[in-house]
Design a protein around this ligand. Structure first.
Ligand code: ZN
Length: 231
């Protein structure tokens, strides 16, 4: 069976009969592929599969992709904001205790310093404040990277290599089957300079890429098994 992604790329608005050109493999029509796509549960993975490999189809449903990306990001943003609010409250409480009555004790000072340090740590772990406004740009860049990223040379994109008699996850790409993309390229793809990207945007970009890639690969896998069982 050919690569699902290649099949998807062939599935345009036209209804040209699709021939895999491989001996012994049954011919697949666009309808077969569309039917297999229909077997992939709705959600981020299917939206990404369509956006990456079937741009015309996805263009019709772009709001669904947007909703799926927002649904992915919202719980994480909420979690970060709760953590930040908690750390601010802790610091406020530690400060109020210091001036409550009498001389400030060494313990109170230590408690305040600990809370201030904790707040700094939490802040450093939070995504930039403008993450939501930047989400369309970030999501588009991540989708573009997923769609165009070259295969890992070590495993030829399979994500697995033979080790003796065993098929094991490729160590070079961590099983993703994809080769690395530089920070400089990622910075350019979201319209930032490399230093600014590393300082501010790298964690959110990599988080999005990881989650979206996972969802897309899961959907590609489901589609591949739907095509294999239909064939
Ligand atoms: Zn690999």
């Amino acid at each position: 069976m050919g690569n699902v992604r290649e099949l998807m790329a062939r599935l345009g608005p036209s209804t040209v009969k699709f021939d895999t050109g491989r001996g012994g493999t049954p011919d697949l029509t666009n309808q077969d592929i569309a039917a297999a796509l229909g077997m992939v549960p709705a959600g981020l993975g299917r939206e990404l599969l369509e956006a990456c490999w079937w741009p015309d189809g996805a263009a019709l449903r772009r709001h669904k992709l947007r909703d799926a990306v927002i649904a992915l990001v919202t719980p994480e943003l909420r979690r970060q904001q709760r953590k930040l609010a908690d750390a601010r409250t802790e610091l406020g409480l530690a400060e109020v205790c210091m001036g409550w009555a009498g001389a400030v004790t060494a313990e109170q000072r230590a408690e305040r310093d600990r809370a201030a340090h904790r707040l700094g740590q939490v802040k450093a772990q939070c995504w930039p404040i403008s993450t939501l406004e930047s989400l369309p740009t970030l999501a588009a860049a991540v989708i573009c990277e997923i769609a165009r990223r070259p295969h890992c040379q070590a495993c030829e994109g399979r994500g697995e290599v033979m080790s003796g008699d065993l098929l094991v996850a490729c160590k070079v790409c961590g099983g993703s089957g994809l080769s690395g993309v530089s920070d400089r390229r990622r910075a350019a793809s979201i319209g930032r300079d490399e230093a600014g990207y590393r300082r501010t945007w790298k964690p959110v970009y990599e988080w999005l890429l990881g989650k979206m890639q996972e969802a897309e690969q899961e959907a590609a896998w489901l589609m591949r098994s739907a095509i294999s069982s239909a064939a």
